[in-house]
Write a protein that binds this ligand. Sequence first.
Ligand SMILES: C[S@@+](CC[C@H](N)C(=O)[O-])C[C@H]1O[C@@H](n2cnc3c(N)ncnc32)[C@H](O)[C@@H]1O
Length: 328
Amino acid sequence: MATSEFFLPLLLDQEDKTSPLANCIRNNYRHLRKWGNRTKTNCFRIYDRDIKEYPLAIDFYDGRFCVHYFTSSREENEPREDLYEAAMSALTLLFNPPLKAIYWKARIKRERTEQYEKTDDTDEFFYVFEYGVRFIVNLTDYLDTGLFLDHRETRQIVAKLAKGKRLLNLFAYTCSFSVHASLQGALFTKSVDLSNTYTEWGRENFLTNDLSLKNNLIIREDCLKFLEKERTIYDVIVIDPPTISRSKKMEGIFDVQEDYPFLIERGLELLAPGGTLIFSTNSREFTFDKSLFEDCTILDISKKTIPLDFHNQKIHRAWQIFPKREMD
Ligand SMILES: C[S@@+](CC[C@H](N)C(=O)[O-])C[C@H]1O[C@@H](n2cnc3c(N)ncnc32)[C@H](O)[C@@H]1O
């Protein structure tokens, strides 16, 4: 496990009684810095819309800051000036980072058919640590950064379940579930994602942690097609799909609400006796019809998968699903 280059900066000393945003970030960071040093984690959320007047989320990635602002339309794609000023002066007061270390990302209510296209071309990749594991991130070129911080604890749950076992990771993105699982002793992992960019990124995430790709397969394919023909049996399956996705590489549109019964049904067929499936979604509108899976015990594990730095409990939901015959 790679553990060099780990450093969490101390806060600068200044107090500014006039900035509630700075005070809130200061309090959050003080606490997170201690936790980060203890757990070897240097990527976490230091502000999560804690104050109504400042509807922002700010993520710390090893000395860089990713500020998310929320807009409802594509036209309104600049941050509000007062929010921009408040966040810039709070971060400068507390950390004094170079301007280029502060990145702004618009969170626009996505079109139904949004694709995961590139947003820039800087090739600015760098490493962060999560529980001592190295991940490659990029704060400018893509819609997302390479690591979904809100699933930090879900990754730990999956990795523990997969110790000494076989893991299937569907909609794997940059393979972060599989990398953690492999480092915690999974016998074998298979990660499936439609995107060339993200499967390649996933490969690099394994390699940067000195993991062999022999026992960690990465497949670039539409998960729905993959599931139709897959015959290998797994002990743990994680399914964390996007809400909606469309790509030239697949037929039609993937819609979590329409497609989840197939994903879970087919996943259950690939489970070994005693196996477990974790399903998760960020969709707020999603409804889980448990009556579709009467032969299963379904536990809502959302609460224990929300990390300490995420103050919005609705960031995602997650369920652990066991075939009932295995529980008897
Ligand atoms: C929300 S991310 C998944 C996050 C990932 N599970 C993680 O924890 O890092 C969505 C991913 O799904 C992939 N994707 C979208 N539609 C797909 C499909 N039909 N089959 C396979 N992958 C798909 C995208 O390429 C993207 O990497």
